[in-house]
Design a protein around this ligand. Structure first.
Ligand code: NI
Length: 174
């Protein structure tokens, strides 16, 4: 199995905005395959390229029916609200109820360069928003309210939380 270490809170690579992929070539395909294996090994249900230290606009996910790769993703429309307990492979051991849009229309490209257009809601829509945040250098902590954010940063400074995942199936880890 070919995997990469997942960068965690405090690693500056997680706060950088990623850049577009100009050529969807064999190198991108190898990166995507490695990211998929890394995501399954974690385990988690979504992984953005900068979580493995690559500053490119690419994420992979599996909502339960197989891996999907999205290159140069863009959210073009959102609707509604949905609250979900969200965790992140880069912030191990912590999760929060976070309200985001429910319905999300995502466009991008697959590894063959074909245009993708996916309208999703609830869990899949949540994955899209979480991974887009990663690609824009934003961690889920920034989506908390002021009190939660203060508490999260205190916990993360002290690292007094289990580093191992509390979620052995990785279903909340995006
Ligand atoms: Ni994440």
């Amino acid at each position: 199995m070919n995997t990469l270490p997942i960068r965690t809170y405090g690693d500056p690579v997680l706060n950088l905005v990623t850049t577009e992929i100009e050529n969807i070539d064999a190198k991108v395909a190898v990166l995507a395959e490695t990211m998929i294996e890394t995501m399954y090994e974690a385990p988690g249900v979504g992984l953005a390229a900068n979580q493995v230290g690559v500053q490119k606009r690419l994420f992979v996910y599996d909502k339960g029916d197989g891996p999907v790769v999205v290159v140069n993703p863009v959210i073009v429309e959102t609707d509604g609200e949905w609250t979900y307990e969200e965790g992140c492979l880069s912030v191990p051991g912590l999760s929060w109820d976070i309200t985001r849009a429910n319905v999300v229309h995502l466009v991008g490209f697959d590894l063959d360069g074909n245009e993708l257009s996916i309208e999703a809601d609830e869990f899949e829509g949540r994955i899209f928003q979480h991974e887009m945040d990663h690609l824009n250098g934003v961690l889920l902590i920034e989506r908390l309210d002021a009190d939660q954010k203060k508490e999260a940063k205190r916990l993360l400074r002290q690292r007094r939380f289990p580093i191992a995942s509390h979620d052995p199936d990785g279903l909340h880890l995006l």
